[in-house]
Structure formats: structure tokens, C-alpha cells
Design a protein around this ligand. Structure first.
Ligand SMILES: [Fe+2]
Ligand SMILES: [Fe+2]
Length: 215
């Protein structure tokens, strides 16, 4: 099977699991839909970072499309969802004519994407690092900033502003945590946070000038 067909098969496999979950758990539709859209963006970020880092693009894309498979299919949502996902996808990957080494690299990338640990022996790989960074980039996207503030948008202005201040503090803490593992990921993450900060600071600056000017 050629790489293009393999990636298409993987995308279909992931979306099929997502569709089944949507049928079975309609009350979870918002989260399940979000998870698929997140998966697509992580794949885009992953492709970009893989090129910059010289990682194997096909392995990174496969990992990105499958990294949250247990969340996509509503099987597991906790910090073990990566390790559970690796177990789920291994038999499927073997059918796609990947080498044993590639199967293990994809499974390791998926297993370790949450906290850096797999529950089987495998050396760290560049592809796993790229997947980790792609996932973290989408966790701090502009859309996530909007989502974090949306529930406060219709509240009193002061309450909204205190939510903005809390978000600023959260992003400041996040920046110090150094969640990324590659140079390109670190750079992109820094930019991602800076964009959010600039917007949040503008919101706070507008609050500061919400007063009658002195003559
Ligand atoms: Fe995840
Ligand atoms: Fe994710």
C-alpha cells in the first residue's frame, strides 16, 4: 500500500470511530465533534513541524490522526487515553503493511503523547516529539482562547475581565512549563502564546480606559 492510501485509510478509520461514537453518544456530540476538528489541526501542525524538524512526515501524520482515537471514539478520556489508544490501533496498523518498526514508532508516539510515557519499552523518537508539540500547539490556539472566555462573554464586564486576567496567569504558567520538545515546536508555541497574550492584553487595556477622560 502506498503512503497516500495508508494515510487516507487511517483518516477514514479515525472518522468512522468518531461517527460510531456520535451515533451512540449523541449527548457527547459537541466534545466528539471538537475532538475530530482538533485531530485535523494537530495533523496540520504535525506536518508543518515534521518538515521543519526533518521527521518522517507519514509517521507523524499517522500518529497525529490517531493520537486521540480513544477520545474520538469515547472510550477513554483520562491521562491514560494515549496508552489505551496505542493498544487499540496496533492491530489496525499491522494491516496497512507498515514495517514493525514504523508500527511501534506510531504506537509509541500515540502512547506517550499525554505525559511522555508509554507502557512498553521504546526509545524516544523525533516523530513522537513532533506529535507532542503539534498537540500542545492546538491546545493553546486562538479558538481555545475564545472557548475559555465564551462562558463569561455575557456576564458583567468585571466578571469577564477577571476571567481574562485568569487566562493571562494560566498562559504565563504554561509558558514556564516548557511543554514542547523540538526547537521548531518551541518557536511555534512561543508565537502561539504571544498572539493570545497580545489579544488578552488588549482586552485588559480597553478595560483600563473604560472611564471618562480628564480634560
Ligand atoms: Fe490527547
Ligand atoms: Fe490531542
Amino acid at each position: 500500500m502506498n503512503p497516500k492510501d495508508r494515510i487516507e485509510n487511517i483518516a477514514i478509520y479515525a472518522k468512522d470511530k468518531n461517527n460510531l461514537a456520535l451515533d451512540e453518544y449523541p449527548q457527547e456530540a459537541r466534545e466528539l465533534n471538537y475532538r475530530w476538528l482538533h485531530t485535523l489541526r494537530v495533523a496540520q501542525y504535525g506536518k508543518r513541524l515534521a518538515k521543519l524538524e526533518g521527521a518522517n512526515i507519514e509517521i507523524v501524520l499517522a500518529g497525529c490522526l490517531l493520537h486521540d482515537i480513544t477520545k474520538l471514539s469515547n472510550v477513554s478520556k483520562d491521562f491514560n487515553h494515549g496508552r489505551a489508544g496505542a493498544k487499540m490501533i496496533r492491530p489496525f496498523l499491522k494491516k496497512l503493511e507498515y514495517s514493525q518498526e514504523d508500527v511501534e514508532n506510531i504506537c509509541y508516539s500515540v502512547a506517550s503523547h499525554v505525559d511522555g510515557f508509554a507502557d512498553f519499552e521504546h526509545p524516544r523518537t523525533l516523530e513522537a516529539e513532533v506529535l507532542n508539540d503539534a498537540d500542545k500547539l492546538d491546545r493553546f490556539s486562538s479558538y481555545r482562547t475564545v472557548l475559555s472566555l465564551s462562558e463569561f462573554a455575557n456576564k458583567e464586564y468585571e466578571e469577564f475581565i477577571s476571567a481574562v486576567e485568569n487566562r493571562v496567569k494560566y498562559l504565563e504558567r504554561t509558558e514556564k512549563e516548557a511543554l514542547t520538545q523540538t526547537q521548531s515546536g518551541k518557536k511555534a508555541f512561543g508565537k502561539q502564546i504571544a498572539v493570545q497574550m497580545a489579544y488578552l492584553e488588549r482586552l485588559l487595556a480597553d478595560y483600563e480606559i473604560t472611564a471618562l477622560p480628564n480634560l
